[in-house]
Design a protein around this ligand. Structure first.
Ligand code: NI
Length: 226
């Protein structure tokens, strides 16, 4: 399931965010990749303890807290601190699958990466290439969104970032451990949640809404890891 979060970061937050990224100290992206992924990775990242990264990470986490769609789509148990990357001309990241388990410095525990999120921070007309290409059972999806928009996709997906051929591409990315490990179950719950929201807006029969809401909660009860 691929979900777009439009304007996760509002336009007024983007210029200060990019100014911070433009003056930050970057390191080679291979340092944080697993052994296999490091061989196909050519980009730059903010160090995990970078003050700029922490400051922007707080802004991203606050935006996630305000996004009802992010909460419904991911049913988060733990969100790892957001990371930031930068692709200059010729840089790219070949096909790979992200690591399954990360040690969270903030939660002092291991976190399973169930859901990946990428937030595009550069306007698409300021760089060429740099699409996030995600493979799923329906084929390849080429994703290049306006600045501030995010894409949420299963961390089980094979994906790559196409080479940037002009300009600079900045993005934030992070992983979420979901209460619901399985992507197809998360999709069913999101569909049900969105349908219930529509029925509420249409002032449908309250008894039927209560019944469907009960089914939603009981499915979460069956499937949740807590
Ligand atoms: Ni990746």
């Amino acid at each position: 399931m691929l979900i777009t979060l439009p304007e996760l970061l509002p336009p007024e937050a983007l210029a200060p965010c990019r100014a911070t990224l433009e003056t930050a100290s970057w390191m080679a992206g291979q340092a944080t990749a697993g052994h296999v992924a490091a061989q196909v990775k050519a980009n730059r990242q903010l160090p995990l303890d970078s003050p700029a990264g922490r400051q922007l990470g707080t802004l991203v986490l606050a935006a996630l807290g305000r996004s009802a769609l992010f909460q419904s789509a991911t049913l988060p148990a733990h969100i790892l601190p957001p990371r930031f990357n930068r692709y200059e001309v010729g840089e790219h990241y070949g096909f790979h699958i992200d690591n399954a388990i990360f040690q969270s410095s903030t939660a002092q525990q291991r976190v399973r990466a169930d859901v990946s999120t990428t937030i595009f921070l550069s306007d698409p007309d300021t760089y060429e290439g740099g699409e996030l290409i995600i493979q799923d059972t329906y084929g390849e999806h080429r994703v290049k969104l306006p600045a501030g928009h995010a894409i949420v996709y299963p961390a089980t997906s094979l994906h790559r970032v196409a080479p940037v051929t002009a300009g600079v591409r900045y993005a934030a990315f992070f992983w979420t451990q979901s209460l619901i490990r399985d992507d197809s179950r998360r999709s069913l719950l999101l569909e049900q949640d969105l349908a219930i929201q529509k029925l509420i807006q249409q002032h449908a029969d309250p008894a039927a809404i209560a019944q469907l809401t009960g089914v939603y909660h009981n499915l979460v009860r069956c499937w949740a890891d807590v």
